[in-house]
Design a binder for this molecule. Structure first.
Ligand code: 2HA
Ligand code: ZN
Length: 270
């Protein structure tokens, strides 16, 4: 058995979480991340028959039966993960149609997975249907995206178009745009279901006055998505109160589509 802390996904998750904290996206216990692991990978590091504890999930997700996830713990601070991964992270396998999580490693102080576990698992189900390569769901509280939800129209097309206009890279990185949920109570199955519904058409879902969800095939891609949207929001918050003299036009965005081989969300460009 190889040492679990050397597993590629573990090393990358710890580095990514530390980076998210250093970006100021995850104050206190803010934010959570889940990574879908291949069974053959898990078996190199753990005996999958050794279940430490069973934890009820409070929802059903038959599509995820038997699947393994590396997930951040509830109440845990991202700033501490690099120093005590076994306390702050866990590896679980879903069974019982998703109603039970079998703990195989981690949450060593008796803890459990993030309070946003429903939103994570339901988002994995939704994204895997659109993109079988999807492995990561990430949630955090970047300041400019949050600020933008106080002053910008929450209409998804308008919100997306504004972000696309803020930096040339935006439409290239997230041509599928950004979906937006109104303020909802977090940590519930309801916000999980609403997030998953929004994940069917975009890899980024803003939670108004709260934060953002991103999904992608690996941690770098997902971090990069959120990083780029947050950069767009930062520019917006710098210029929103100033007269707009220039912008990126729809015509220029069509040039970007061609140059980078991406297709903007249908109906979002003139
Ligand atoms: O776990 O970010 O949405 C802390 C949160 C809840
Ligand atoms: Zn949050």
């Amino acid at each position: 058995m190889k040492p679990i802390l050397e597993m590629k996904e573990m090393v990358e998750l710890i580095r990514t979480i530390t980076n998210m904290y250093n970006h100021g996206w995850d104050e206190r216990n803010g934010g959570n991340v889940s990574v879908l692991l291949e069974e053959k990978t898990v078996k190199e590091y753990l005996d999958p028959a050794k279940v430490l504890r069973e934890i009820p999930t409070g929802f059903e997700a038959p599509e995820l039966e038997g699947k393994y996830f590396l997930v951040t713990g509830t109440g845990k601070y991202f700033k501490n993960v690099q120093y005590a991964p076994e306390e702050n992270l866990g590896i679980v396998r879903l069974t019982d149609g998703g109603k039970t999580a079998e703990l195989l490693w981690g949450y060593s102080d008796g803890g459990k997975f993030t309070s946003e576990f429903p939103a994570h698992m339901m988002s994995h189900v939704a994204r895997l249907k659109v993109d079988p390569q999807n492995r990561v769901v990430m949630h955090c509280h970047p300041a400019n995206l949050l600020a933008m939800t106080y002053v910008h129209d929450l209409d998804e097309k308008q919100f997306t178009r504004t972000l696309w206009q803020m930096c040339t890279e935006c439409i290239v990185v997230f041509p599928d745009g950004v979906n937006v949920l109104p303020w909802m109570l977090c940590g519930t199955n309801e916000i999980g279901e609403a997030t998953a519904e929004k994940m069917k058409t975009a890899r980024l879902v803003v939670w108004s006055q709260h934060g953002i969800y991103g999904a992608g095939k690996d941690l770098d891609e997902t971090f990069g998505l959120i990083e780029t949207a947050e950069k767009g929001a930062e520019i917006y918050m710098k210029i929103a109160h100033l007269p707009r003299v220039n912008t990126i036009t729809d015509e220029q965005m069509h040039l970007l589509e061609k140059r980078f081989g991406v297709k903007a969300r249908a109906g979002y460009l003139n």
